[in-house]
Ligand binder design. Structure first.
Ligand code: URA
Length: 320
């Protein structure tokens, strides 16, 4: 049966649509000539425009949590910057964008085309290879433009702790708090990492902490495989320069990337691997990421076993 509700003409309506209730209910289908009740029309009327706060909530939930500029840019407009950004090729876009006049500093950084991943990986390898010290490596990363994450992050998050430490922890990528402070693991998961480290008698003055990716991915999204490959030569060189006795990979992405395994963290955690720094072979162990432990506290028991194994290896004075 068809219904005619004012200007809306539609087929039979499922009772749930009219009631808004998921519980089954009986609906009396009314004849077309009867005027619809106001609540029925409301159910079929497009929702009112969202408020500013609803929009912001929507953006936050979608991972859009940082502004690139104070000024909005209409990238679809027919003139100026919009046209420049619509240009077909990256090179043409850049030329047109330059002709259109200066963009705000934070946005202007994104106008230059990012090198193709292969070229960026080759540049990263070459740059990392030439870094004779951690300070030089840090400077090189500050100047490196091959990874698009740099343009959305607030700042580089290079490392924290003692560069002479015997143990080095490597996470995945900085989050919001780290992006603000410029230091790894300073947010909620960082606090838990501090407690994990303290449980084996250490603190940040006795360990070195870094991430595979040194820039925060927008909205904390997972870094792409290309982004990971582009940043990999830098963290590899960082490990070589710190030259710890023990490397601890925190969580799956860091473990799979650095220890060249495709197995998941449930299989790799607590296992010892050989890691070739390029200069010598050191011992590496995978364990759960503290952010995962915050979500799944029951795994703290296994994490404690990993920490005990790490403490034992340190006591035994492993230097391979
Ligand atoms: N998670 C990470 O992997 N690294 C950080 O620095 C913070 C959270």
């Amino acid at each position: 049966m068809e219904m005619n509700l004012g200007t809306f003409r539609c087929g039979p309506i499922h009772p749930k649509i009219v009631s808004g209730n998921t519980a089954p209910m009986r609906m009396h289908v009314r004849h077309a000539e009867l005027p619809p009740k106001p609540y029925e029309i409301n159910r079929l009327t497009p929702e009112p425009a969202p408020t500013l706060s609803q929009l912001l909530t929507f953006y936050l939930e979608a991972g859009v949590d940082c502004a690139l500029s104070e000024q909005p840019i209409d990238r679809l407009s027919d003139s100026g910057q919009g046209e420049a950004l619509k240009a077909a090729s990256p090179a043409a876009a850049t030329t047109a964008a330059r002709a259109a006049g200066p963009l705000p500093a934070s946005v202007a950084r994104t106008a230059d085309p990012i090198p193709a991943p292969d070229a960026a990986i080759a540049t990263a390898r070459e740059a990392a290879r030439t870094a004779a010290s951690l300070e030089i490596l840090r400077d090189l990363l500050e100047k490196f433009d091959g990874c698009a994450l740099k343009s959305t992050a607030t700042r580089l998050v290079f490392a924290d702790g003692n560069p002479k430490a015997r143990i080095m922890f490597v996470g995945e990528a900085p989050g919001r708090d780290e992006d603000i402070e410029g230091l790894p693991f300073v947010g909620r998961s960082g606090k838990l990492l501090d407690r994990m480290i303290a449980s084996i008698g250490l603190d940040r003055s006795k360990v070195y902490i870094a991430n595979v990716i040194p820039w925060r991915p927008p909205g904390n999204r997972t870094p792409t495989p290309q982004e990971t490959q582009i940043c990999l030569p830098f963290i590899q060189r960082q490990i070589e320069l710190v030259d710890p006795d023990i490397l601890v990979t925190l969580g799956n992405p860091s473990t799979q990337t650095l220890l060249s395994t495709r197995e998941g963290i449930m299989k790799t955690r607590g296992r010892w691997f050989d890691y070739n720094t390029g200069t010598r072979v050191i011992r590496a162990i995978a364990t759960f990421h503290p952010a995962y432990l915050l979500r799944s506290p029951s795994y703290k028991r296994l994490s404690w076993q990993d920490l005990r194994a790490i403490a034992k290896a340190l006591e035994a004075g492993h230097s391979s």
